[in-house]
Design a protein around this ligand. Structure first.
Ligand code: MN
Length: 267
Protein backbone atom coordinates (compact mmCIF):
# COMPACT_ATOMS: atom_id res chain seq x y z
CA UNK A 1 0.00 0.00 0.00
CA UNK A 2 1.10 3.55 -0.57
CA UNK A 3 1.45 6.16 -3.23
CA UNK A 4 4.06 4.37 -5.30
CA UNK A 5 3.49 2.42 -8.49
CA UNK A 6 5.67 -0.68 -8.32
CA UNK A 7 6.97 -1.97 -11.61
CA UNK A 8 5.76 -5.49 -10.87
CA UNK A 9 2.40 -6.25 -9.40
CA UNK A 10 0.14 -9.20 -8.82
CA UNK A 11 -3.21 -8.09 -10.12
CA UNK A 12 -6.63 -9.63 -9.61
CA UNK A 13 -9.34 -8.95 -12.17
CA UNK A 14 -12.91 -9.62 -11.16
CA UNK A 15 -16.40 -8.32 -11.96
CA UNK A 16 -20.08 -8.89 -11.34
CA UNK A 17 -21.08 -9.51 -14.96
CA UNK A 18 -19.56 -12.99 -15.10
CA UNK A 19 -16.29 -14.38 -16.42
CA UNK A 20 -17.38 -14.24 -20.08
CA UNK A 21 -18.41 -10.57 -19.99
CA UNK A 22 -16.58 -8.36 -22.52
CA UNK A 23 -15.35 -5.86 -19.92
CA UNK A 24 -13.21 -8.40 -18.14
CA UNK A 25 -11.04 -9.06 -21.20
CA UNK A 26 -10.52 -5.33 -21.81
CA UNK A 27 -9.46 -4.77 -18.20
CA UNK A 28 -7.22 -7.84 -18.13
CA UNK A 29 -5.44 -6.79 -21.33
CA UNK A 30 -4.66 -3.33 -19.98
CA UNK A 31 -3.60 -4.72 -16.60
CA UNK A 32 -1.19 -7.17 -18.25
CA UNK A 33 1.15 -4.25 -18.98
CA UNK A 34 1.44 -3.63 -15.24
CA UNK A 35 2.05 -7.09 -13.82
CA UNK A 36 0.90 -10.67 -13.49
CA UNK A 37 -2.82 -10.94 -14.01
CA UNK A 38 -5.17 -13.56 -12.64
CA UNK A 39 -8.91 -13.52 -13.25
CA UNK A 40 -11.34 -14.84 -10.66
CA UNK A 41 -14.88 -13.94 -11.57
CA UNK A 42 -18.41 -15.22 -11.03
CA UNK A 43 -19.47 -18.05 -13.34
CA UNK A 44 -22.61 -16.04 -14.25
CA UNK A 45 -23.95 -12.53 -13.96
CA UNK A 46 -24.26 -11.28 -10.39
CA UNK A 47 -25.06 -7.62 -10.95
CA UNK A 48 -26.64 -5.75 -8.05
CA UNK A 49 -25.61 -8.35 -5.46
CA UNK A 50 -23.92 -5.61 -3.43
CA UNK A 51 -21.40 -6.62 -0.78
CA UNK A 52 -22.99 -10.02 -0.15
CA UNK A 53 -20.77 -13.02 0.49
CA UNK A 54 -21.55 -16.72 0.56
CA UNK A 55 -21.85 -17.95 4.11
CA UNK A 56 -24.08 -21.05 4.32
CA UNK A 57 -23.04 -22.79 1.11
CA UNK A 58 -19.79 -24.16 -0.27
CA UNK A 59 -17.93 -22.18 -2.93
CA UNK A 60 -16.78 -24.06 -6.03
CA UNK A 61 -14.09 -22.78 -8.36
CA UNK A 62 -12.96 -24.18 -11.70
CA UNK A 63 -10.10 -23.12 -13.93
CA UNK A 64 -11.27 -21.75 -17.28
CA UNK A 65 -9.13 -22.48 -20.35
CA UNK A 66 -9.10 -20.58 -23.59
CA UNK A 67 -9.21 -17.01 -22.32
CA UNK A 68 -5.48 -16.55 -22.92
CA UNK A 69 -4.73 -15.93 -19.26
CA UNK A 70 -4.99 -17.61 -15.87
CA UNK A 71 -8.69 -17.52 -15.11
CA UNK A 72 -11.08 -19.11 -12.66
CA UNK A 73 -14.87 -19.17 -12.59
CA UNK A 74 -16.39 -19.10 -9.12
CA UNK A 75 -20.00 -19.99 -8.32
CA UNK A 76 -20.10 -17.29 -5.66
CA UNK A 77 -20.48 -13.52 -5.76
CA UNK A 78 -17.72 -10.93 -6.39
CA UNK A 79 -16.76 -10.66 -2.70
CA UNK A 80 -16.24 -14.44 -2.68
CA UNK A 81 -14.03 -14.12 -5.77
CA UNK A 82 -11.78 -11.54 -4.10
CA UNK A 83 -11.44 -13.58 -0.93
CA UNK A 84 -10.81 -16.85 -2.78
CA UNK A 85 -8.07 -15.13 -4.80
CA UNK A 86 -6.55 -13.34 -1.82
CA UNK A 87 -6.59 -16.16 0.74
CA UNK A 88 -6.45 -19.35 -1.33
CA UNK A 89 -4.93 -18.67 -4.70
CA UNK A 90 -2.40 -15.96 -3.87
CA UNK A 91 -1.82 -16.36 -0.11
CA UNK A 92 -2.17 -12.63 0.43
CA UNK A 93 0.37 -11.80 -2.28
CA UNK A 94 -1.88 -9.36 -4.09
CA UNK A 95 -1.05 -5.76 -5.00
CA UNK A 96 -4.07 -4.56 -6.95
CA UNK A 97 -7.73 -5.45 -7.41
CA UNK A 98 -9.38 -4.17 -10.61
CA UNK A 99 -13.11 -4.81 -10.77
CA UNK A 100 -15.03 -4.47 -14.02
CA UNK A 101 -15.27 -3.17 -16.52
CA UNK A 102 -18.94 -3.21 -15.59
CA UNK A 103 -21.38 -3.14 -18.47
CA UNK A 104 -23.34 -0.13 -17.26
CA UNK A 105 -22.86 2.81 -14.90
CA UNK A 106 -22.13 2.63 -11.19
CA UNK A 107 -23.06 6.20 -10.36
CA UNK A 108 -24.68 7.68 -7.29
CA UNK A 109 -26.45 5.05 -5.16
CA UNK A 110 -25.54 2.38 -7.73
CA UNK A 111 -22.33 2.05 -5.75
CA UNK A 112 -24.26 0.66 -2.81
CA UNK A 113 -25.99 -2.03 -4.91
CA UNK A 114 -23.10 -2.90 -7.19
CA UNK A 115 -21.19 -6.16 -7.04
CA UNK A 116 -18.47 -4.47 -9.11
CA UNK A 117 -17.95 -1.83 -6.44
CA UNK A 118 -18.30 -4.43 -3.65
CA UNK A 119 -15.31 -6.32 -5.05
CA UNK A 120 -13.23 -3.15 -4.72
CA UNK A 121 -14.58 -2.72 -1.19
CA UNK A 122 -13.45 -6.23 -0.32
CA UNK A 123 -10.03 -5.56 -1.80
CA UNK A 124 -9.74 -2.46 0.39
CA UNK A 125 -10.82 -4.45 3.46
CA UNK A 126 -7.98 -6.87 2.72
CA UNK A 127 -5.56 -3.94 2.52
CA UNK A 128 -5.13 -4.16 -1.25
CA UNK A 129 -5.29 -1.15 -3.57
CA UNK A 130 -8.61 -1.45 -5.38
CA UNK A 131 -10.40 0.25 -8.24
CA UNK A 132 -13.87 -0.39 -9.65
CA UNK A 133 -14.35 0.54 -13.31
CA UNK A 134 -17.65 0.87 -15.16
CA UNK A 135 -18.67 1.77 -18.69
CA UNK A 136 -21.55 4.20 -18.34
CA UNK A 137 -24.14 3.92 -21.08
CA UNK A 138 -26.41 6.93 -21.09
CA UNK A 139 -29.47 4.86 -21.83
CA UNK A 140 -29.48 1.11 -21.31
CA UNK A 141 -29.13 -0.81 -23.45
CA UNK A 142 -26.93 1.72 -25.23
CA UNK A 143 -23.90 1.36 -27.46
CA UNK A 144 -20.95 -0.03 -25.51
CA UNK A 145 -17.75 1.81 -26.40
CA UNK A 146 -15.31 -0.75 -24.95
CA UNK A 147 -12.61 0.83 -27.08
CA UNK A 148 -13.05 4.12 -25.21
CA UNK A 149 -12.63 2.34 -21.88
CA UNK A 150 -9.60 0.48 -23.21
CA UNK A 151 -7.88 3.66 -24.38
CA UNK A 152 -8.67 5.69 -21.27
CA UNK A 153 -7.36 2.91 -19.02
CA UNK A 154 -4.21 2.43 -21.08
CA UNK A 155 -3.46 6.12 -20.78
CA UNK A 156 -4.46 6.54 -17.14
CA UNK A 157 -4.00 3.35 -15.12
CA UNK A 158 -0.42 4.36 -14.31
CA UNK A 159 -1.60 7.76 -13.08
CA UNK A 160 -4.34 6.13 -11.01
CA UNK A 161 -1.75 3.96 -9.27
CA UNK A 162 0.06 7.13 -8.16
CA UNK A 163 -3.08 8.28 -6.33
CA UNK A 164 -3.19 7.77 -2.57
CA UNK A 165 -4.76 4.56 -1.29
CA UNK A 166 -5.21 5.19 2.44
CA UNK A 167 -6.63 2.49 4.67
CA UNK A 168 -10.20 1.43 3.75
CA UNK A 169 -10.27 3.69 0.71
CA UNK A 170 -10.79 2.69 -2.91
CA UNK A 171 -11.81 4.34 -6.17
CA UNK A 172 -14.94 4.15 -8.28
CA UNK A 173 -14.33 5.06 -11.93
CA UNK A 174 -17.07 5.61 -14.53
CA UNK A 175 -16.14 5.99 -18.19
CA UNK A 176 -18.85 7.47 -20.42
CA UNK A 177 -19.83 5.12 -23.22
CA UNK A 178 -19.13 7.56 -26.03
CA UNK A 179 -16.53 7.75 -28.79
CA UNK A 180 -13.05 8.35 -27.40
CA UNK A 181 -12.68 11.66 -29.25
CA UNK A 182 -15.82 12.93 -27.51
CA UNK A 183 -14.48 12.31 -24.00
CA UNK A 184 -13.80 15.77 -22.55
CA UNK A 185 -11.39 14.73 -19.81
CA UNK A 186 -11.29 13.33 -16.29
CA UNK A 187 -13.02 14.78 -13.24
CA UNK A 188 -12.64 13.95 -9.58
CA UNK A 189 -16.23 13.94 -8.41
CA UNK A 190 -18.19 13.09 -5.30
CA UNK A 191 -20.78 10.32 -5.26
CA UNK A 192 -24.12 11.65 -6.45
CA UNK A 193 -27.19 11.09 -4.34
CA UNK A 194 -29.32 9.19 -6.83
CA UNK A 195 -29.62 7.99 -10.42
CA UNK A 196 -33.06 6.48 -10.82
CA UNK A 197 -36.54 7.96 -10.82
CA UNK A 198 -39.71 5.86 -10.73
CA UNK A 199 -37.92 2.63 -11.45
CA UNK A 200 -40.50 0.26 -9.94
CA UNK A 201 -42.85 -0.87 -12.69
CA UNK A 202 -46.08 -2.85 -12.44
CA UNK A 203 -46.87 -5.19 -15.34
CA UNK A 204 -49.31 -7.96 -16.07
CA UNK A 205 -48.38 -11.52 -16.98
CA UNK A 206 -50.32 -13.42 -19.72
CA UNK A 207 -52.79 -14.63 -17.06
CA UNK A 208 -53.60 -11.13 -15.83
CA UNK A 209 -51.57 -11.40 -12.62
CA UNK A 210 -49.53 -8.38 -11.58
CA UNK A 211 -45.77 -8.62 -11.30
CA UNK A 212 -43.12 -5.99 -10.72
CA UNK A 213 -39.86 -5.09 -12.35
CA UNK A 214 -37.21 -2.74 -11.07
CA UNK A 215 -33.90 -1.34 -12.20
CA UNK A 216 -34.43 -2.45 -15.77
CA UNK A 217 -32.95 0.67 -17.31
CA UNK A 218 -30.95 3.69 -16.27
CA UNK A 219 -31.58 7.06 -17.80
CA UNK A 220 -28.93 9.53 -16.85
CA UNK A 221 -29.83 13.15 -16.37
CA UNK A 222 -27.66 16.05 -15.34
CA UNK A 223 -27.54 16.24 -11.57
CA UNK A 224 -25.89 18.20 -8.77
CA UNK A 225 -22.60 19.84 -9.67
CA UNK A 226 -19.36 18.05 -8.82
CA UNK A 227 -21.03 14.63 -8.76
CA UNK A 228 -20.02 11.48 -10.63
CA UNK A 229 -23.36 11.55 -12.41
CA UNK A 230 -22.91 15.12 -13.59
CA UNK A 231 -19.33 14.49 -14.75
CA UNK A 232 -20.31 11.47 -16.85
CA UNK A 233 -23.42 13.24 -18.20
CA UNK A 234 -21.12 16.05 -19.32
CA UNK A 235 -18.83 13.60 -21.13
CA UNK A 236 -16.07 13.29 -18.53
CA UNK A 237 -14.61 10.20 -16.92
CA UNK A 238 -15.48 10.42 -13.22
CA UNK A 239 -13.10 9.24 -10.51
CA UNK A 240 -14.68 9.07 -7.05
CA UNK A 241 -12.56 8.35 -3.97
CA UNK A 242 -14.68 6.11 -1.71
CA UNK A 243 -14.32 5.05 1.91
CA UNK A 244 -15.55 2.05 3.86
CA UNK A 245 -15.94 4.26 6.91
CA UNK A 246 -19.69 4.82 6.80
CA UNK A 247 -19.66 6.80 10.03
CA UNK A 248 -21.26 10.20 9.78
CA UNK A 249 -18.54 11.83 11.84
CA UNK A 250 -20.29 15.16 12.18
CA UNK A 251 -23.24 13.43 13.89
CA UNK A 252 -21.22 11.71 16.62
CA UNK A 253 -21.19 14.65 19.03
CA UNK A 254 -24.61 15.92 18.07
CA UNK A 255 -26.31 12.54 18.51
CA UNK A 256 -24.44 11.85 21.74
CA UNK A 257 -25.51 15.15 23.23
CA UNK A 258 -29.13 14.76 22.19
CA UNK A 259 -29.26 11.22 23.58
CA UNK A 260 -27.81 12.02 26.99
CA UNK A 261 -29.68 15.27 27.39
CA UNK A 262 -32.82 13.21 28.16
CA UNK A 263 -32.05 13.03 31.89
CA UNK A 264 -31.62 16.76 32.31
CA UNK A 265 -34.35 17.86 29.92
CA UNK A 266 -37.33 15.48 30.14
CA UNK A 267 -39.85 16.05 27.42
MN1 MN B 1 -22.77 -5.64 -13.59
Amino acid sequence: MGGYAPTYMRILITNDDGILAPGIAVLANVAADFGDVVVVAPDRERSACGHAFTMRNPIRVREVEGLGLEAYACDGVPTDCVNFAYYQLLNGELDLVLSGINSGPNLGFDATYSGTVAAAMEGAINGVRSIAVSLAMFVEPGPAYWDTADRWLRENLGAMLRMPFPELAFYNVNIPSIAYDEVRGTRFARMGLRVYENRFEKRLDPYGNAYYWQGSSAHMQAAEPNTDLRAVSDGFVSVTPMSLDWTRHTSLDEAHQAFFSRSSQPV
